[in-house]
Write a protein that binds this ligand. Sequence first.
Ligand SMILES: [Zn+2]
Length: 299
Amino acid sequence: MSRKIGLRIDVDTYRGTRHGVPVLCELFAKHNITGTFYFSVGPDNMGRHLWRLLKPAFLWKMLRTNAASLYGPEIILMGTFWPGPGIGKNHAGIIRDADAAGHEMGLHTWDHHQWQSKIDKMTSEQLYTSLKKGVDMLGEILGRAPVSSAVPGWKCNDLVLDNKAKFSFKYNSDCRGDSMFMPMINGKLLSQPQIPVTMPTYDEVLGRNGITNVNYNDYMLSLLKPDQLNVLTIHAEAEGNVCRDMFDEYVRKAKDMGYEFVKLCDLLPQDFATLPQGRIVNKEFPGREGWISCIEVQQ
Ligand SMILES: [Zn+2]
């Protein structure tokens, strides 16, 4: 029986890169596991993101997850009154260390805030430029192009997929769902498979349906399915910070259950033609603001 967990690490902020990534790399080394990092490499304007979201639903989420402890107090100001600092430029060494430790290198985004707030209005040219800036910066840091990419906030559409096809990504991870698939846009089959995330994230789950830090790991372990696709997303800002010890225990318990943590590329089949074809559709999602991209597999 195959028991694998594709481990995906999203890095959204300057602080998450600086503090969270080294913490996670140390934890992974301790457990002798590897995963796929998705780095944000342009300006950190996430403070702007938090201000924009000052709405009741978001405030409730802040209270539930104690966002200030996840992101740090300076996140509130970052990018609001001055341009956010360049993450890749300032933390190239940290990214290279994660690469040298054997983890897979992927692009999350150039500007996380811009992507999440403007995606609906971005033109094909703007999407291409954003992707190109990210690919170029990460390529310069690593000395080679990133293998994969994953949009911020699971905000993807056909125009994004069309532009991703212009880059050398072997595969992408842009949506939620239960199975890998080959995306179709306007009747055209693309060559970069999608590896969806199957499990919810910490900030989506905590504080809902009686889930607390005490029973969080047991809940997440209950979602694992032997012989099926399991893909977990953690965040450098959460599991690399205040949720570190809890995640450490999760890894230990999952390994005790016979699960192996792997890079996302290790989940891909030899022959992509064996994968089903599907489309990306946008849906409302519990615990998340607005829509996110999910798969719709065509049988
Ligand atoms: Zn993100």
